[in-house]
Ligand binder design. Structure first.
Ligand code: GTP
Length: 334
């Protein structure tokens, strides 16, 4: 079975980290997000993955020079220009010659859904498409999905006002699709699957959906990206990974609490690091305090960062005290 993984978004919410590294290639507990996703697809019988790349393909070629990820063969489908979600799925599936039931996954989620179960659910109903749904506490920021008791989608409600719907489940970004869905997507045209293709399928009664309570997080914002890292080191998920990457150098007097230190990162003497991610190759000087921060660049001695996101080429000066800042500030980058 083929899977198309959407990796072509701009990742604007996670800038400046995504200015140098596409979101799906950022590590989560020292394993690239894409590897986590593709490993899960592999357990469901996916044998070939098509990466739907909207722009900047080089980092993907460099990350997987053998064209293999988590033991699974990769195809690279590079769009002539970003084609939005449906355009990208159609381009990628045609590129790989998909002609039977296939899986689609957004490249910016972490989840433990059993994809084989999703495929079974889809086939049992004879659906043309099936969405995975996940519950949220406050649906007002999401596109909520209403499903009947037989598992067929009835309606999408975008950012519902209080009382507008009883549903608390949202599109979780994993789909099973029949190849006939591709006929709904014109060749090389920008098109959104969420806003155009799925509503048309609901109108025809051919879109099913399976809600589950499995672990699920959209890693696209700094706070959720941080959370997805910490969830993999503290036992929140069944899988527990090491919090310290290979070849990192951590001074013995540094105190590291509930944090991930990336490969080849350096943490100087007397540092205090709490609830943070220091990304691969970052350097943190002496007596630096990091709290709830993501650091990719360099932080010099005696600086203190709280709720900050520091990009790859940024240098935070000696003694700087920053709260809730992004460096460089993505709003000031053209
Ligand atoms: P933000 O800019 O921070 O909103 O992130 P994003 O660009 O990734 O957007 P969003 O989270 O809405 O995208 C959902 C999924 O579709 C992600 O996995 C994106 O990588 C992917 N995606 C969005 N637009 C395109 C596109 O034009 N081409 C491809 N190939 N993938 C896309």
């Amino acid at each position: 079975m083929h899977a198309v993984v959407l990796v072509g978004g701009f990742g604007t919410r996670l800038r400046p980290l995504t200015l140098s590294t596409p979101k799906p290639l950022l590590p989560i507990a020292n394993v690239r997000q894409l590897e986590h996703l593709i490993a899960n697809l592999g357990t469901a019988g996916v044998t070939e993955v098509v990466l739907a790349i909207g722009f900047k393909p080089e980092p993907f070629f460099e990350a997987f020079p053998e064209g293999v990820c988590a033991g699974i063969k990769l195809h690279y489908a590079v769009e002539p220009e970003p084609l939005d979600t449906a355009g990208a799925i159609a381009f990628a599936a045609r590129h790989a010659g998909v002609n039977e039931t296939f899986v689609v996954m957004n490249g910016d989620i972490m989840c433990d859904v059993d994809i084989a179960e999703l495929v079974k659910f889809h086939k049992a109903r004879g659906a043309e498409g099936t969405l995975h749904l996940t519950p949220v506490e406050d649906p007002s920021q999401y596109g909520v999905v209403e499903v009947n008791e037989d598992g067929w989608v009835q309606r999408f409600v975008e950012k519902p006002a209080p009382g507008e719907t009883d549903s608390r489940v949202i599109n979780a970004g994993t789909y099973v699709l029949e190849p006939s869905v591709l006929d709904r997507m014109p060749v090389n045209q920008k098109l959104s699957i969420e806003r155009v293709v799925f509503p048309a399928m609901v109108a025809e009664g051919v879109l099913a959906a399976m809600p589950t309570n499995d672990y699920w997080i959209d890693t696209g914002r700094p706070d959720t990206y941080l959370q997805s890292n910490l969830d993999l080191i503290d036992g929140t998920r069944s899988l527990i990974l090491s919090s310290v990457g290979i070849n990192s150098v951590i001074a013995p007097s540094a105190s590291i609490t509930h944090s991930v230190i990336g490969e080849n990162a350096v943490i100087g003497e007397g540092c205090v690091v709490i609830d943070s991610v220091v990304l691969p190759g970052a350097t943190v000087g002496k007596r630096v305090r990091l709290e709830r921060s993501l650091v990719m660049g360099q932080v010099e001695d005696d600086a203190s960062l709280t709720d900050c996101v520091i990009g790859e080429h940024a240098v935070i000066a000696v003694g700087a005290e920053l709260i809730a800042q992004r460096v460089p500030n993505p709003d000031e980058i053209k």
